[in-house]
Design a protein around this ligand. Structure first.
Ligand code: NAD
Length: 364
């Protein structure tokens, strides 16, 4: 199978590309590296079944040759990223999704959408089943992401109804693992970075808000199962074990042996209080469920971060807040882009915009 993966240079996308190559598929990865990292796919560039195209999928998605499946993951995903790129986030969720759907339509290919638990907003029902329609503030700062993904789901479902495109939708809940960027503002990466550098772990609110954390390998297995099916879903993909943010902080401190203290900051706008997926549908229809518990997943993630210690110091200094999905607007929008030189697919240097490592992701 030849699979086009948009956003394949990002955290989840690069793991998906790898998993597909491992089982013998060919991969065409499309990315503009607005929030991804060329290092994520550097080891794949020499693989004979891997192709890379630098492209903004909001502008167009063109892939020469056969395409059997399209996995549409391109989108800023962490709160600092989408608050820093509000219009780009709306564009890639809307125009980018339509461009990727048109590619699937032209090739009669399977199409899967990386949607998100954020479409449930600050849920009034707990835990969240796919039948729940959500509680989203359509004009709040986070709406650029939530509503873009809701539109992406709507247009994908409409392409299935109208054009018969073989669409499947994954609603991804918080996922963590190696290749998260240390300064991306998500809770796991922030806590590990802070713990390893001796900075205080910052928690918004009292830390009693919950999240459920899925290890990346589990999540990617779910995406592949969805890709191989012809189900629409939507499917919640996430780990149903719920943890408070404070519990996570304790686990990270224990695992890293860090003596960092914990500091509390006010809760940001529209921060969801509870998040936990019901995964019965994915279990029954896709035969999927997570296998890696938080202790093992954190152990692997801490090992990755420790091996990239050179990147951590600058990031730790920039992190003033900790948990993902919880970045105050004022701080997040003050960040900027700066050009960076990266190796292109043929080893040529390519100038692209990348998120600034020193960007402030949250303020007190
Ligand atoms: N990681 C999670 O916990 C999580 C949770 C819910 C949903 N998701 C979804 O999964 C997908 C991947 O998330 P991630 O965590 O890997 O984020 P990421 O930021 O690491 O990856 C996203 C990738 O998309 C690329 N991209 C963004 N806009 C683009 C554009 N216009 N054209 C081409 N490429 C573009 C970025 O450069 C990046 O490589 C996203 O769609 C996200 O919404 C992730």
């Amino acid at each position: 199978m030849r699979v086009a993966v948009t956003g394949g240079g990002g955290f989840l996308g690069s793991h998906l590309c790898e998993a597909l190559l491992r089982r013998g598929d060919s991969v065409v990865c499309l990315d503009n590296f607005s929030t991804g990292d060329p290092e994520n796919i550097a080891p794949l560039l020499a693989h004979p079944a891997f192709e890379f195209q630098q492209a903004d999928v909001s502008v167009s998605v063109q892939v020469a040759g056969r395409v059997d499946a399209v996995a549409h993951l391109a989108s800023p995903a962490s709160p600092p990223d989408y608050l820093r790129h509000p219009l780009e986030t709306l564009a890639v969720g809307s125009r980018g999704t339509e461009n990727a759907l048109r590619l699937a339509l032209r090739h009669n290919a399977r199409f899967i959408l990386a949607s998100t638990s954020e479409i449930y907003g600050d849920p009034l029902l707990h835990p969240q089943e796919e039948t729940y329609w959500g509680n989203v503030n359509s004009i709040g700062p986070r709406s650029v992401y939530d509503e873009a993904k809701r539109y992406a789901e709507a247009v994908s479902a409409a392409y299935r109804r109208t054009h018969g495109v073989d669409v499947g939708i994954a609603r991804i809940f918080n996922t963590y693992g190696p290749r998260m960027r240390p300064h991306d503002g998500r809770v796991v990466s922030s806590f590990i970075t802070q713990a390893l550098t001796g900075e205080p772990l910052t928690i918004y609110g009292d830390g009693g808000q919950t999240r459920s954390f899925c290890y990346v390998d589990d999540l990617v297995r779910g995406l592949v199962a969805l890709l191989d099916s012809s189900e629409l879903g939507p499917f919640n993909l996430g780990n149903p074990v719920e943890r408070t943010v404070s519990e996570l902080a304790c686990l990270v401190l224990e695992m890293t042996g860090s003596t960092s203290e914990v500091k509390h900051h006010p809760l940001p706008v529209d921060d969801p209080v509870r998040r936990r997926p019901v995964i019965t549908r994915a279990r029954e229809v896709l035969g999927w469920e997570p296998e890696i518990d938080i202790t093992e997943g954190l152990r692997r993630t801490v090992a990755y971060f420790a091996a990239h210690a050179d990147r951590l110091a600058a990031s730790a200094a920039s992190i003033r807040g900790g948990q993902d999905e919880t970045v105050p607007l004022a701080a997040a929008t003050s960040a900027s882009l700066k050009p960076q030189t990266i190796p292109g697919p043929a080893g040529a240097a390519t100038g692209v915009a990348s998120s600034t490592p020193g960007a402030t992701v949250a303020g007190g």
